[in-house]
Design a protein around this ligand. Structure first.
Ligand SMILES: NC(=O)C1=CN([C@@H]2O[C@H](COP(=O)(O)OP(=O)(O)OC[C@H]3O[C@@H](n4cnc5c(N)ncnc54)[C@H](OP(=O)(O)O)[C@@H]3O)[C@@H](O)[C@H]2O)[C@@H](O)CC1
Ligand SMILES: Nc1ncnc2c1ncn2[C@@H]1O[C@H](COP(=O)(O)OP(=O)(O)O)[C@@H](O)[C@H]1O
Ligand SMILES: [K+]
Length: 483
């Protein structure tokens, strides 16, 4: 069983950096090592790049760029540094690194609205010192890097990413080499897209205790941490009775996908509460499911866990079902329309609740905009967990699972092929099935979100475009039984 990898917030990296400077090595030494590690990475990824363009800012990040430029120059490459430092360089180690590059015969040109030709662009404009949206001139330099035909290697972070995410213009790199510690912010949302292939250079810092992680990164290899083989003497009553509630007129598919996913994730029995008119189609596709006549309503005493929301609608029918479910003290997953109704009416949730909002639904839960949610995905997930006292799965690239008092999990799994109708319905069924099998809400949310994304990746082996939610079913079954 591989462990989950620790990730860090930018201020933790800063503190670690300060400790490293105090105990292990001075700033210039760390900068030299950062430049060396970046140069090695460039050689690894683009060994034949002969003309290198390094865009350096005025701070420590620019200093790393000057070290890189010197090493590339000394190796015989054609190197141009474009310097973007409207107020001059007032970082001592960076100024020293610049001088060494110039003394070695290096060429520095000031930023003038355009960038010269090159085979590789190195982005050393802004690092973790960015505290607000890049100013006009810096934003123009970022745009010029993005418009350049050559691939981009970003140093530490793609310029324009700050401690919470991407406030404005940001470099879109093919690869990013981080320094000292891997950063949580680069594993989710738009920053993930900007970073490209990530690697981290620890800069040989020893004897300094790393901070406590701010998040944990999970990939498909982590599934066996949660999913164990079934006991040989088990029976269906022990594997969870799961009720799936939703599928108002016109949305039968949503609750079918949810219910089938629960069954494929090992729920012992799955009962569907949907419109009577949907029963025939539902049972024709999956005879293992049970369908309750509408007139009976939801029997909240029967299930071990409920998934409510897929196709539920926001009319009287959906509202009444949700209202009934929220009266009971039952483990439940609230998805889609259930999330929106909760946001609108401010309902108190049962103690064992998992909310699975996509960024738009998360914005409703917080009374803010989707942009604001995406601007700070970790902060938004934590705020929802806090406000609704629930486990939260904030969906989208770099899905985050958060709960009060827990280190959040971020997924290194999932793909853009999953941006298609019905994928979220599957997720709700998966998590409910795991809660039905006895997992605590946070564990079920972590394992379920990971299982779902890993199944999406396996199903996307034939291509991301055209991937359907139902394609996940056989993969869910396979991955729910790790060796
Ligand atoms: N210390 C160490 O041990 C090590 C540090 N390392 C490296 O140092 C990096 C951190 O260096 P840092 O702290 O100097 O910050 P950094 O990211 O270069 O940015 C500062 C510059 O940004 C500018 N700027 C800020 N806001 C802006 C805005 N809104 N819009 C536009 N510009 C803005 C600001 O400009 P100014 O306001 O000064 O004109 C200033 O010049 C770190 O990421 C890593 O790469 C490695 O060498 C490993 C060892
Ligand atoms: N670009 C992406 N990268 C990774 N996962 C994605 C991406 N786009 C969507 N997904 C995943 O697919 C699912 C989509 O859920 P949702 O938006 O609720 O769909 P629906 O409402 O159609 O069922 C979520 O689990 C989400 O994390
Ligand atoms: K950078």
């Amino acid at each position: 069983m591989r462990d989950l990898s620790p990730l860090f917030a930018t201020d933790s990296v800063r503190r670690f950096e300060a400790d490293a400077i105090a105990v292990a090595a001075d700033e210039a030494v760390l900068m030299e090592r950062a430049g060396q590690a970046a140069w090695r990475r460039a050689l690894e990824l683009w060994p034949s790049a002969a003309r290198l363009l390094v865009v350096c800012g005025a701070g420590g990040n620019g200093g790393d760029g000057f070290v890189f430029a010197r090493l590339a120059h000394e190796s015989g490459r054609q190197v141009t540094v474009v310097e973007h430092a409207p107020r001059g360089i007032h970082h001592a180690a960076a100024a020293a690194a610049r001088s060494r590059f110039v003394d070695a015969g290096g060429n520095v040109e000031p930023w003038r609205d355009a960038l010269p030709d090159a085979d590789l662009v190195v982005d050393a404009l802004l690092g973790i010192g960015l505290t607000a949206e890049p100013r006009n001139d810096a934003a123009a330099a970022i745009s010029a890097i993005n418009a350049h035909a050559a691939p981009v290697l970003a140093l530490d972070v793609p310029s324009g990413v700050d401690a919470r995410g991407v406030p404005g213009e940001a470099v879109r790199a093919q690869a990013t080499i981080e320094f000292l510690l891997p950063k949580a912010v680069l594993r989710t949302g738009r920053a993930l897209e900007c970073a490209g292939r990530l690697s981290c250079a620890a800069l040989e810092v020893t004897g300094v205790t790393p901070p406590a992680p701010n998040a944990l990164l999970a990939d498909a290899s982590g599934l066996s941490r949660w999913l164990r083989p079934r006991r040989s003497d088990t029976h269906k009553g022990e594997q969870g009775r799961v009720a799936c509630v939703g599928g108002d007129t016109g949305s039968a598919g949503a609750i079918l996908l949810c219910a089938e996913a629960a069954a494929r994730t090992g729920a012992g029995l799955v009962r569907v509460h949907t419109r009577d008119a949907h029963h025939a189609a539902l049972l024709a596709r999956r005879p293992e499911l049970m369908a309750t006549p509408e007139c009976e309503g939801v029997d909240v005493d029967w299930p071990d866990a409920i998934a409510i929301g897929p196709g539920l609608g926001q009319g009287n029918w959906g509202f009444a079902h949700l209202h009934r479910v929220l009266q009971a003290d039952i483990a439940c997953v609230l998805d889609a329309d259930a999330v929106t109704i909760v946001a609108r009416h401010g309902f108190t949730l049962p103690t064992r609740s998992v909310l699975t909002p996509h960024p738009g639904e998360a914005a409703r839960l917080l009374g803010t905009t989707t942009n604001d949610v995406q601007r700070d995905r970790f902060g938004s997930a934590a705020a929802i967990a806090d406000r609704y006292r629930a486990v939260v799965v904030l969906k989208g690239a770099g899905t985050i699972v958060a709960a009060a008092g827990r280190v959040p999990l971020v997924l290194d799994a999932g793909n853009p092929g999953m941006a298609t109708g019905g994928m979220g319905d599957v997720l709700a069924g998966v998590i409910a099935a795991l809660m039905g099998q006895g997992m605590a809400p946070f564990d079920a949310a972590c394992a379920g979100a990971l299982l779902h994304s890993a199944a999406g990746d396996a199903a996307a082996a034939d291509g991301e475009r055209g991937l359907l939610a139902a394609d996940l079913m056989p993969q869910l079954r396979r991955l729910a039984n790790p060796a």
